[in-house]
Ligand binder design. Structure first.
Ligand code: NAD
Length: 355
């Protein structure tokens, strides 16, 4: 029997409610695969700041570093917005990602069952969409130096730098090909090769790496075209790999094809330990009312089984249980006529019944 150590960071707002349900799913599936779990819960975000004065206390960081994987709910809330930027909940999350060396962010955009009605696009355009956006997470313009706002002559000038080294591009490209290989064997690399030198190098390195993956069909696309194609014909995409900023924007666009924030999981990987979290925030407007949709966090647990524990089948099982549950039951955010509306807790229980 294998043992996995998992740190649970419920965080703030609905983070507490959705992780409670996801942990139950985690336990159930681990039992089915004869996996022993050592779970430890630690404070993170605004809740941690209130307890310790830091949004990522050392004890929490150490616990994460000593784990096999980390599950996070969400961080943030209005009560912490006036704090100095270095103490804000989001800062704790950025630091955690960088401390764990997570250079790749994976965001699937997939339509589950008849949730196609939740999309703002026409059924025939989005039905069957299944895209994985892989965003480079620790380099590019969000981290490049020099940066800042300075005086030049008699006016202020804002500066940021887009910088990518060959090795940074190569490792994310390899990740892209490896993931495409486990999906439908098509990889689209998104850049701005016609204008930005850093992405001329990006395209060159991705093309070099492609020589090791003759079974994967690679195409290159400019980011402006990719934004348009995602809305025009999303089904042409399988796996997309792109820079930090382009990925930030495109992954939100791709995710919204599915029309529902409460359904979107994510994984940040690359280091020894993966971090799994829903895409949504702490939703203070519905906190503590048993209204939150826990499915994004439950699907994030599925990604943990797939990417940290190499148990693809367990992820598929969780996805199937979610689809079956949605046939009959919905939380308020995805409620439609003919279904039964339930709360966060009951949604967790129904998914477990279908496992
Ligand atoms: P949000 O994602 O928390 O909420 C946006 C809207 O979607 C709200 O109306 C909310 O009720 C609804 N919603 C979100 N998740 C839901 C779910 N699981 N079930 C049902 N409804 C859901 O975004 P926001 O309101 O812009 O931000 C609130 C706080 O969360 C802010 O402090 C923000 O900084 C933080 N935030 C954190 C993360 C993160 O932890 N990764 C991500 C985004 C925002």
């Amino acid at each position: 029997m294998t043992t996995k150590k998992i740190t649970i960071l419920p965080g703030d707002g609905i983070g507490q409610e959705v992780t409670a349900q996801a942990v139950k799913v985690l336990q159930t599936v681990a039992n089915q695969y004869d996996m022993n779990l050592e779970l430890q819960e630690k404070p993170m975000g605004g809740t941690a700041y209130d307890l310790t004065g830091s949004p990522l206390p050392d004890e929490t960081l150490q616990a994460c570093k000593n784990s096999d994987a980390v599950l996070l709910g969400a961080v943030g809330g209005p009560q912490w917005e006036s704090l100095d930027i270095s103490l804000r909940p989001e800062k704790g999350l950025l630091r955690l990602r960088s401390e764990l060396g997570l250079y790749a962010n994976l965001r699937p955009a997939q339509i589950y069952g008849d949730l196609v009605e939740a999309s703002t696009l026409k059924r025939e355009v989005v039905e069957g969409t299944d895209i994985m956006v892989i965003r480079e997470l620790t380099g590019g313009i969000y981290f490049g130096e020099p940066r800042g706002v300075e005086m030049r002559g008699n006016e202020r000038v804002g500066v940021n730098t887009l910088v990518y080294s060959e090795s940074e591009i190569r490792r994310i490209a390899i990740m892209g090909f490896e993931i495409a290989r486990k999906r439908f064997k098509k990889l689209t690399s998104v850049d701005k090769h016609n204008v930005l030198e850093a992405t001329i190098l990006w395209r060159e390195v991705v093309t070099e790496v492609s020589k090791d993956y003759p079974d994967i069909a690679l195409n290159h696309m400019y980011v402006d075209n990719a934004a348009m194609q995602l809305i025009r014909d999303p089904k042409q995409f399988d796996t997309i790999v792109t820079t930090n900023m382009f990925g930030d924007i495109l992954s939100d666009g791709a995710a919204m094809l599915t029309g529902s924030l409460g359904m979107l999981p994510s994984a940040s990987i690359g280091g020894k330990i993966g971090l799994y979290e829903p895409v949504h925030g702490s939703a203070p407007d519905i906190q503590g009312q048993d209204l939150a949709n826990p499915l994004a966090t439950i699907l994030s647990v599925g990604m943990m089984f797939r990417y940290s524990f190499d148990l693809t089948e367990a992820d598929e099982k969780i996805q199937k249980a979610v689809v079956t549950t949605l046939d009959q039951y919905r939380t308020g955010d995805i409620m439609t006529k003919g279904k039964t509306q339930i709360g966060c807790r009951e949604m967790g229980e129904r998914v477990i019944e279908n496992l």
